[in-house]
Design a protein around this ligand. Structure first.
Ligand code: SF4
Ligand code: SF4
Length: 244
């Protein structure tokens, strides 16, 4: 979502509402939206993109991302670096479209929707959506009408949203309310979610001291499965963040 989008171009959308939208190479604006972006990446985005490119996540971060501490956010954000080509293009945009399409970030899949989610004190998950009608985007005159569910299915978003929600447990951690900031150790663990190859090596080398025991079979699973490792990092962070 562009932070500079005027309020009249951001409309709340209920689950039973439909909207018309389609994006394809025939639109006059094709790939215009893949430039001048503040594209924040999730740990799962980095995992998918790095696999697509055949890179270790830490190498992907070095090559394609920048870590920034945004005012008002407890944790730093990881942004995809745009290319210095005079148009600030995404490094993955080509004349024929997105070169990492199968593993494009969740934000690219979600547009023209924006999604927000939160958990109530009794543990219920709520989500809300807005329709982002960017003025330059011709996609709203294309294709058939669809609702949020149909769009999310079309964009294969369910797992991206599920992983984002797992991370939200950290980003909206009750121990970080009232302006409390994570300490250096918590920040280090948070950034390790983006650099799973480094985290894995540290675990296998036993240079990390987890605050809870894991069995030998769990260790073997963590050695082989990125998602299990990502979830371990989230669990670890949840464990060390201040309790309320
Ligand atoms: S239709 Fe919208 S989403 Fe598709 S390329 Fe054009 S600006 Fe981007
Ligand atoms: S990752 Fe693909 S869809 Fe997303 S901004 Fe870059 S080129 Fe566009």
């Amino acid at each position: 979502m562009r932070p500079d989008l005027a309020p009249e171009h951001v409309r709340p959308l209920t689950p039973d509402e439909t909207f018309r939208f389609s994006c394809h190479p025939g639109v006059a604006c094709f790939t215009d939206c893949c430039r001048q972006l503040d594209l924040a990446l999730s740990p799962y985005d980095v995992l998918r993109l790095s696999k697509h490119l055949g890179l270790a996540p830490s190498a992907f971060l070095d090559q394609y991302a920048v870590v920034e501490q945004t005012e008002g956010c407890a944790f730093p954000q990881v942004f995809l670096c745009m290319v210095d080509d005079g148009r600030a293009s995404c490094p993955f945009v080509t004349a024929s479209g997105c070169s990492v399409y199968a593993d494009r970030p969740g934000a690219c899949r979600t547009y023209p929707l924006g999604r927000g989610a939160f958990t109530t004190p009794n543990g219920d998950r709520h989500e809300m959506h807005v329709l982002l009608t960017e003025p330059h985007c011709k996609g709203f005159s294309e294709g058939n009408r669809q609702d949020i569910t149909a769009w999310q299915k079309d964009q294969d978003l369910s797992f991206y949203n599920a992983m984002n929600d797992e991370l939200l447990a950290i980003l909206q951690h009750p121990g970080l309310k009232d302006g409390q900031q994570p300490g250096p150790r918590e920040l280090e663990i948070f950034l390790s979610l983006y650099s799973l190859d480094t985290l894995r090596q540290q675990l296998l080398d036993a240079t990390l001291a987890l605050p809870f025991p894991i069995t030998e079979s769990e260790l073997q699973e963590l050695a082989a499965q990125d998602l299990a490792l990502l979830r371990l990092g989230i669990r670890w962070l949840d464990h060390v963040l201040p309790k309320r």
